[in-house]
Design a protein around this ligand. Structure first.
Ligand SMILES: [Zn+2]
Length: 433
């Protein structure tokens, strides 16, 4: 893998205009091409297609070939299977199902089925990055399983995004595994995502980053303000941790967007979610994985969870005409550059510890990495009140580092791994007691 990447760079210097049809090197070496291939019109067409199933309520009928959640998921499965067929064997598609129950299933067990596309990593397949959208939808009454519930923005938009990222990213090799999943049961209680998180734990996947794309296609807020540049990225801190892996994952997204997408404004929000709302990152976050939420800049509540109707001349309902194909492309681009960057970088450092209480020196230790193309580590330092790392210190391929005459108490310390091609892992910070 490393030799291939080096070759591509060498070729690019000599003949930058020659583009072979066969991608070489890790996906991250083809980033501009990946972003270019993401097709906003295709995603908009996917949103429109999903709306034609009438309702995708998790409790809706599953036998019809044209209406209800069963028809919708079979269409998603068939579509992604077609993408997999031209992935050179890299991508496979499967169903992951569970039978949860709760107040929003009338306390009866309901089969909740996720459609899971897996781009298998070539050198570190058990390290997994996951992006999801939920393909179920709802009316004002979440228990109404028969009336129309278009759910164009919530969340055919997120479903269209992960399908498009699967289509394009599966054309390129990655070191780690990338999973693009259309999950169900979100509106009934985050059930499909819980099923997938349970599956990840049971399979002992090392999930180093999860993103839910939910309400990611609209650009007009309720007050009429238009924002087609900002994407909100919600992340929370686990309890008792100085700086959580979810926050580091959110910053990794921001930095990937800054590197590759100059027109995008990534807006970090240091909360698990919006007030009074839930999302599919939650089951992963609660399982201890780095998990965050993407949502458009300002939501329009007349277009969410509302029966389609006109009241006093105002259109209510979650209709496709309110979904922007340019914004779908923006969201898909942030997913793609993040997932490609992460899946081509080394794993984040493990078991990072810091010592130095009541002494003049600070010593960091961590586990030796197993990545074959690991080149060196970078130590990072910032004031506890700062959000961005202020000092980056390149150190060798070592497992310990001591700052002499540098007290532990006044700053945050971080560490990330860098490979031979300069791909950087997300940062890890030591647990603080
Ligand atoms: Zn939603």
């Amino acid at each position: 893998m490393r030799i291939l990447c080096v070759m591509v760079i060498a070729l690019a210097v000599v003949a930058p205009l020659v583009a072979s049809d066969r991608p070489q090197g890790c996906a991250a070496a083809n980033m501009n091409r990946i972003v270019e291939q993401l097709d906003g019109a295709r995603m908009k067409a996917t949103v429109e297609k999903l709306v034609t199933f009438g309702t995708r309520n998790t409790l809706s009928e599953t036998q019809s070939t044209t209406r209800g959640i069963g028809a919708a998921r079979r269409w998603i499965f068939d579509e992604m299977t077609r993408y997999a067929a031209s992935s050179n064997g890299r991508m496979t598609v499967s169903y992951v199902s569970s039978t949860p129950q709760g107040p929003r299933t009338n306390n009866q067990p309901v089969e909740v089925v996720d459609v899971v596309a897996t781009i298998h990593g070539s050198s570190d397949p058990n390290r997994v990055y996951i992006a999801t959208g939920h393909y179920d939808s709802r009316r004002t009454d979440v228990m109404d399983a028969t009336g129309d519930a278009p759910g164009a923005d919530d969340d055919a938009s997120g479903t269209a995004v992960i399908m498009e990222v699967a289509r394009v990213l599966s054309q390129y090799p990655t070191d780690a595994t990338v999973i693009l999943a259309a999950v169900a049961g979100e509106e009934q209680g985050l059930f499909g995502s819980k099923g997938l998180a349970d599956y990840a734990v049971a399979q002992k996947w090392n999930v180093e980053g999860m993103i839910t794309n939910d309400i990611v296609g609209g650009i007009e807020g309720g007050s009429g303000t238009i924002d087609n540049r900002t994407l909100r990225i919600f992340s929370a801190n686990q309890k008792g941790v100085g700086d959580s892996t979810s926050r580091h994952w959110a910053r990794f997204v921001r930095d990937s967007a800054r590197s590759w997408l100059p027109n995008v404004r990534p807006r970090l929000v240091y909360r698990l979610d919006r007030f009074g709302r839930g999302g599919d990152h939650r089951p992963f976050f609660e399982a201890g994985f780095p998990a965050i939420r993407f949502t458009e800049a300002s939501e329009n509540y007349r277009r969410q969870h509302q029966n389609v109707r006109v009241e006093n001349g105002v259109q209510y309902g979650d209709l496709p005409q309110f979904v922007s194909r340019e914004y779908l492309k923006l969201t898909a681009s942030v997913n793609a550059v993040t997932l490609a960057s992460a899946a081509c970088a080394p794993a984040a450092p493990k078991n990072l510890k810091v010592a130095g209480a009541v002494t003049d020196d600070t010593t960091l230790t961590w586990d030796a990495a197993t990545d074959p193309d690991l080149d060196h580590y970078e130590l990072l330092v910032r004031e506890t009140t700062a959000d961005e790392w202020e000092k980056v210190i390149s150190i060798g391929k070592v497992e310990t580092y001591t700052f002499s005459n540098y007290p532990i108490d006044n700053v945050f310390f971080g560490l990330r791994a860098v490979d031979h091609d300069g791909h950087r892992s997300p940062v890890r910070t030591p647990e603080e007691r």
